[in-house]
Design a protein around this ligand. Structure first.
Ligand code: RUQ
Ligand code: CUA
Length: 654
């Protein structure tokens, strides 16, 4: 057993080296982007718009990036789980509550799998959700403002990886734990893991009007690792599927000890049955602590509330709620075909891709044909549910997406390629190399009933020689393929940011006309907003000083302030009075131990400054906003702590 495993490891390493070594030679090949037709395919003329938005996870940047397809141009980095000095997210007083958790303020996150909201199985472009892996959280980004609107922490969870995927009417956004942990957390020996640790699968309800998230229930499963998940759709709507590995429940050297079982499971969860159970009062409210952070774009302010309990469900108490589908060798991706019939589980250590049939699964459940149980959860017979396997497709299969013509596309990390195969016949139709070692891939409309048949892009883990060298640390590369024909054609290379795990992509038309241009000043209900320069002022309350400031091209009001003292705590509440699209102003104060503020038209932002040195200190606008941007500046006089200089402020006085 051990020999075999290490054998695969060696093949993997060898093949990885080979594929990288050959790469340079491929560059002028027939499938290169140098081919004129291919260049035209990705060419978006100056001033023209792309056809698709792609929301690409920023991985260990903690953020979400917005790209256009087919050009591969990056339009925006949306800060989600990490502080972002570019606009002050996570630094300004209004936004720091977004990063609050039961562990306190966390400045960083590891974002993985974005997923766009759906109506009747079709992407509707209202929101995009994304998970944070390290300190388990789910965020909702509003696609009118392209800002993070809400973050909810997921208790009893760790390595929040089988997340954040939505059901076909966005009834739920689902989060599953990768690491099982003691539930509730307690001081116990790690060696007692087996049978004691639990894996929480969390169903977060989504309010259809506001998008507001709230945990409906948490299923406390056996202590496996729940790696990835996808909802059923169409005929399988009402079910959710999770791959598991480490069904061995090992707690050390998992690369060996979690690879012992010939088959792990896909857990099939019937959430409609559990929903009924919960409606009838089922489940147990467990004391717990998790943060729920909500941003309001009228007050321009986030609030953080600590929740105190969560509804937990013991799966064995709900008949018909959970079944295990045996699936070979530590499956990673768990993907459901557009019609909801096929559930693909890719065993990382298997050369074959396993596909289960939903119809057969239902049949086997109806006939109560089980092959034993694990912790009271019935295990189905592999042969009863198996639809087919794609044999010897490649090495190290990870993720699968689908097109609109009955094909599936699977990434292979070790053999560094995307393989196209046919649903139903399981035959391989095409394979194309990726540069290098692909993780996820995306087809616009992935995880929906209506994937597109135009483009697919691969997000790679290794970049090596794809771009001009920039030292040891490289951005990850992505490759765009034209999939409209029988064979895939590589048409573009583009760099991504952080480590892109999944990406969600959607037709631009669905979103672009709803995109907001300004915030209405009339609707600004921020408690420290000013609506005109007449309202700007400075107030002292003990050693706290509040500066109510405004910006408009090309000055601050006030721009001269005296009477600030060493030892004060100074709040800058800056309102941008502009009501024109794309006229933000910035604010930066010399020596201030935070980031700048970047303030959108109609918005208010606050930062805090502790003046430490006597003198006259300038502040300025950081965003080149007008021909007289360089004139957009001001001074603050800082006097000794015991000074009796009166507080005063002015604009345009001599
Ligand atoms: S998982 S490849 Cu989060 Cu595959 Cu990244
Ligand atoms: Cu305002 Cu530059």
């Amino acid at each position: 057993m051990k020999i075999l495993k290490y054998g695969i490891g060696l093949v993997a390493a060898a093949s990885l080296m080979t594929s990288c070594g050959n790469a340079g030679k491929d560059k002028s090949g027939a499938d290169g982007a140098l081919n004129k037709n291919n260049a035209e395919k990705v060419y978006v003329a100056p001033g023209e718009h792309d056809d698709y938005y792609a929301f690409i996870s920023g991985g260990y940047s903690g953020n979400l990036l917005v790209y256009g397809l087919p050009s591969g141009r990056m339009f925006k980095e949306i800060p989600v789980f990490s502080q972002f000095p570019t606009n002050g997210y996570g630094y300004s007083e209004e936004t720091t509550p977004m990063l609050n958790t039961s562990f306190g303020f966390i400045p960083w996150g590891d974002s993985h799998h974005p997923d766009i909201s759906q109506t009747e199985g079709v992407l509707d472009g209202r929101w995009v959700f994304i998970n944070e892996n390290n300190t388990p959280r789910i965020a909702r980004i509003d696609l009118e403002t392209f800002e993070t609107a809400e973050i909810i922490e997921v208790p009893n969870s760790a390595g929040n990886h089988s997340s954040s995927f939505v059901t076909e009417n966005t009834e739920y956004v689902v989060a599953g734990t990768r690491f099982s942990v003691p539930v509730p957390q307690r001081d116990m020996s790690i060696k007692d893991y087996k049978g004691e640790f639990k894996g929480a699968l969390t169903f977060i309800g989504v309010d259809q009007e506001t998008g507001g998230m709230d945990i409906d229930f948490q299923l406390l499963m056996p202590g496996f690792n729940y790696d990835l998940s996808h909802p059923g759709r169409g005929k399988s709507h009402g079910w959710f599927f999770f791959t598991t590995y480490n069904t061995e429940e090992a707690n050390s050297l998992l690369e060996v000890n979690a690879s012992q079982n010939d088959k792990d499971f896909i857990a099939a969860v019937n959430w409609k049955v559990i929903e009924e159970y919960v409606k009838n009062g089922g489940g147990t409210m467990m004391p717990s602590e998790y943060a729920h952070n909500v941003y309001d774009h009228h007050t321009h302010t986030a609030t953080s509330t600590m929740k105190k309990e969560v509804r937990t469900i013991n799966p064995t108490e709900v008949p018909g709620a959970v079944y295990f589908l045996p699936t070979p060798k530590s499956p990673h991706g768990c993907d459901v075909s557009p019609d909801g019939e096929y559930i693909v589980g890719n065993g990382k250590l298997s050369t074959d891709l396993t596909v289960h049939s939903f119809t057969k699964m239902e049949e086997a459940i109806k006939n109560k044909k089980f092959d034993g149980e694990a912790y009271g959860i019935p295990i189905l017979n592999f042969d009863d549910i198996h639809a087919g396997s794609v044999e010897k497709a490649g090495l190290g299969p990870l993720h699968t997406e689908f097109d609109d013509k009955g094909n599936a596309y699977t990434t292979f990390f070790i053999s560094s390629e995307v393989v196209k195969w046919k649903l139903g016949t399981w035959e391989v139709v095409d394979r194309k190399p990726t540069y290098y070692s692909v993780g996820h891939l995306t087809i616009p409309g992935g995880n929906s009933r209506q994937p597109s048949g135009e483009y697919m892009f691969a997000m790679n883990k290794i970049t090596k020689d794809r771009y001009l060298p920039v030292g040891p640390e490289l951005e990850h590369s992505a490759q765009l393929y034209d999939i409209s024909g029988e064979k895939m054609e590589l048409i573009l290379d583009f760099p991504t940011h952080g480590e892109p795990h999944y990406a969600a992509a959607i037709k631009a038309d669905v979103i672009k006309d709803n995109s907001r241009q300004i915030y209405e000043l009339d609707e600004n209900t921020h408690k420290h907003a000013v609506k005109s320069e007449n309202e700007t002022r400075v107030e002292r309350n003990g050693n706290e000083v509040h500066i109510y400031m405004s910006t408009i091209r090309s000055h601050f009001s006030p721009d001269n302030i005296e009477g600030i003292k060493v030892g004060d705590k100074v709040y800058f509440h800056v309102t941008n009075l502009e009501q024109d699209f794309d006229v933000p102003h910035g604010f930066a104060m010399i020596g201030q131990k935070t980031s700048e503020l970047l303030i959108m038209p109609g918005q208010t932002r606050t930062s805090v400054w502790y003046p430490e040195k006597v003198g006259v200190w300038p502040f300025y606008c950081t965003d080149f906003c007008s021909a007289l941007h360089q004139e957009m500046q001001g001074y603050i006089r800082v006097s000794p702590a015991d000074s009796d200089i009166e507080l005063s402020w002015s604009l345009g006085e001599d």
